[in-house]
Design a protein. Structure first.
Length: 199
């Protein structure tokens, strides 16, 4: 009986203190500002790099400022939005020879782990799906910082990495008469994301 009275007394004393304690920090939801973001790539064509970009993409980032390891990102690109500045080439890239955009309309990345290498550099590991193939990859992410533009809280991130297109079943190429092939296999990816905090 004395134990029960002591337990009730402890609960009565602790309850007001718990009520005054601040709630644990919640993750913040951030969305991409497409006007100030870009998703670009380069691949060797003949002897020089050919550049392109995707016009339609989206991202949702959950940021835990206190514990970055609890953060996460989901990023989606619409494959049909590819733009290399030449309409006929873009149609070829949308075809079954490359992205097969009608069958595999999206390129997506979903994180599973975030590891801080420094206050501004992070390794973000997750699943990258392209052309119907999913591979576990680690992306090097650089944090550009937080700011407020007078209306919105903003955050910036940059990603530079290299992918082998053959890993995703994109193998089309052409052997040149003089030797060698038309396209390289390595694709350099350059993504800049400017995010706004969801209100």
């Amino acid at each position: 009986m004395r134990y029960v009275r002591n337990l009730l007394f402890a609960v009565a004393v602790a309850a007001p203190l718990l009520a005054q304690a601040p709630p644990p920090p919640a993750r913040e939801t951030w969305v991409v500002d497409k006007v100030h973001s870009r998703a670009e790539f380069k691949i060797r064509h003949l002897m020089s790099p050919m550049s392109g970009r995707f016009r339609d993409f989206d991202a949702t980032v959950m940021i835990d400022r206190a514990t970055p390891a609890n953060s996460s990102v989901e990023f989606t690109i619409q494959a049909a939005s590819i733009d290399t500045g030449e309409a006929s080439r873009d149609e070829h890239l949308r075809s079954p020879d490359f992205f097969e955009a009608s069958k595999y309309p999206t390129i997506s990345f979903k994180s599973e782990k975030v590891v801080a290498k420094s206050p501004t550099k992070f390794d973000v590991t997750g699943n990258l799906t392209m052309h119907g193939v999913t591979k576990r990859v680690t992306l090097p992410v650089e944090f550009r910082g937080f700011m407020n533009d007078g209306r919105n809280d903003r955050a910036g991130f940059g990603i530079e990495t290299t992918l082998d297109r053959k890993d995703y079943g994109i193998t089309w190429n052409r052997i040149l008469d003089e030797g060698g092939v038309l396209l390289g296999d390595e694709v350099k990816v350059d993504i800049e994301l400017q995010l706004t905090k969801k209100k």
